[in-house]
Design a binder for this molecule. Sequence first.
Ligand code: NAD
Ligand code: WQD
Length: 339
Amino acid sequence: MGNRVLVTGGAGYIGSHTAVELINGGYEVIIVDNLSNSDRSSLEGIRKITGIEPTFIEADCCDREAMRRVFENYEFDSVIHFAAYKAVGESVAEPAKYYRNNLDSFLTVLELMKEFGRNNILFSSSATVYGDADTLPVTELTPRKPATSPYGNTKQMAEDILRDMVAANEGLKGIALRYFNPIGAHPSALIGELPRGVPNNLVPYITQTAAGVRECLSIFGDDYDTPDGSCLRDYIDVVDLARAHVVAIERMVEGKSRERYEIFNIGTGRPVSVFELVRGFEEANNLKLNYRVAPRRAGDVTAVWADTTLANDELGWRAERELRDTLRAAWAWEQSVRQ
Ligand code: NAD
Ligand code: WQD
């Protein structure tokens, strides 16, 4: 049972890459997803990469009875909770949808873990919890700023729910991983990000522009107080990010956690500007991108990147993939989707 993991949202972008790394690490994976932002092609991709088809249950994590059946029918000691909505702008327009889905799904999973005596929970948090931080790079102890979107608020609230649930339930251990900006795709180009409609995030917008699906990339602001005037972010390869989940699960399963609730930044530790990323994409893939400078996007922070010392030292994890390889994989994935 120790080597079985329930992965909610496992058909999605980060979940599918994590399922691959878990399977490659000898874990048995059970995926629950309602396919609200993904489809079964990712399950097929996982099977092709690993040779193993993960168990898949199509269900909504907010549906307590459906989730109860999952807990009744499958033995697992660990859960990775990816299931959530993630579009920042949409969360501003439809806050109730975000609070309902992101909090209800998590509470349902946590309550069932308590009821069924399942012990280890890994939660997908986000660098968004830091907001516009006063000091950079951010460490796990950098104070969180009030959230600037309902989405960001769900991540802060879910972290606090996890902290309190762990404190109240002695058997429970939790880890929140604060992801920085996940990008790229599996080098096989069999799984990757599948944004619906117009992408919000930079790299899918770049790859769709290169593919001719979008006419022109808008660079949101060149007048920030940064070396080249564009924003700075910490872009983490999705396969590196997926590996962090495997070591975090191992830490809990093997009883190596220092505290029963722990938080780790998962990034590269290196700030990269929007212009650098665009140039890196052009060079890595030997093409020219159509872009123009546009006004700043509301809500963007000037800069955020991770201090990853804690993840390096405690998890023994570090980002390994070169940005150029990540940007090649992103383009290979986009091309495979367009075929
Ligand atoms: P994604 O949308 O590709 O994956 C989320 C998956 O969860 C989807 O397959 C979706 O169908 C499923 N889902 C949503 N609500 C559900 C529900 N109620 N029941 C069952 N399944 C449900 O997103 P992703 O990029 O893989 O993100 C995974 C997690 O990581 C999310 O919690 C997200 O907030 C968090 N995160 C993502 C980023 C990022 O930039 N991608 C950054 C930081 C944190
Ligand atoms: C990156 C940079 C934009 C699109 C978001 C969420 C965050 C987390 C990760 C979930 C910024 C610029 C973008 C474009 C651009 N997700 N940009 N033109 O905003 O750092 O983080 O995803 O937790 O919560 O807010 O990522 O990829 O949208 O933007 O110039 O068309 O690219 O201004 O500087 P962001 P992003």
